[in-house]
Write a protein that binds this ligand. Structure first.
Ligand SMILES: Cc1cc2nc3c(=O)[nH]c(=O)nc-3n(C[C@H](O)[C@H](O)[C@H](O)COP(=O)(O)O)c2cc1C
Length: 219
């Protein structure tokens, strides 16, 4: 149904047509198994590098996931070299050291508490929706943390879509990571995520999830 109050330009109309093609596309069962229903968190890794091109492609995909007012607060540092990993080591909880040091890549996912500085790029038709946060630093940080956490989930799904496995981690000292990797910036660390080709032979059984009736209500 057309909205008489909105004047759509050619790019709006093209965007509408593009989305209509998606309705009813078949998502095959194997894809769902690979992305979510059977994919596991990995702690041990095959010695197989992840090409930089793959990391770029994962980023291209993850940043398509929605964030509020398209604020896109996540910032990523991919640690690949031994030197870079060593800089992270002191911040890791003991149980996370070995799995991180042996992972082909460890992503530090941070969030920019001044994400609104990119409003001209990310919300050009109404940048003031984002720049209003300039006056509300506390709210800005909450929004940045919330949306970067979502982007962390998109990172996991996008990585699995590239046939990689993930090992997300919050067991680290955020302050140390911020000092080592984000000093002098407005970026704070949210979570870490090991990326690579997981060694399935080292997996333990999966922990049960909560049932619908335990955690959901339909009102
Ligand atoms: C935000 C987040 C933080 C996590 N932190 C750690 C961690 O510090 N160390 C660890 O070994 N696993 C960590 N995990 C892994 C979880 O325990 C694991 O994803 C969960 O048990 C589900 O496992 P499954 O995907 O194999 O079913 C974390 C996962 C998430 C999503």
């Amino acid at each position: 149904m057309s909205d008489p109050l909105i004047e759509f330009d050619d790019r709006d109309l093209a965007a509408q047509r593009a989305v209509k093609h998606l309705r009813g596309l078949v998502i095959d069962k194997d894809t769902i198994r690979r992305l979510l229903s059977e994919a596991r968190t990995h702690n041990a890794w095959h010695e197989r590098d992840v090409p930089d091109e793959t990391l770029r492609s994962i980023h291209d995909l993850m940043q398509k996931g929605p964030t509020s007012a398209n604020g896109s607060p996540a910032r990523l540092v991919f640690l690949q070299s031994d030197d870079a990993k060593e800089r992270l080591r002191p911040a890791l909880t003991p149980g996370n050291v070995e799995k991180t040091m042996s992972a082909p890549v460890t992503a530090i996912l941070g969030y920019d508490i001044e994400f609104w500085r990119n409003a001209d790029v990310t919300f050009p038709h109404k940048p003031e929706v984002q720049t209003a946060y300039q006056e509300k630093p506390e709210a800005s940080e909450t929004v940045a943390f919330r949306n970067s956490s979502l982007q962390g989930a998109y990172l996991i799904i996008a990585s699995r879509a590239h046939d990689l496995d993930c090992g997300p981690m919050s067991g680290f000292d955020n302050k140390l990571v911020d000092l080592e990797f984000f000093a002098g910036t407005t970026i704070k660390s949210n979570l870490l995520c090991n990326l690579g080709y997981g060694d399935a032979d080292r997996l333990l059984k999966r922990s049960p999830r909560l049932g619908f009736d335990m955690v959901c209500e339909i009102l």
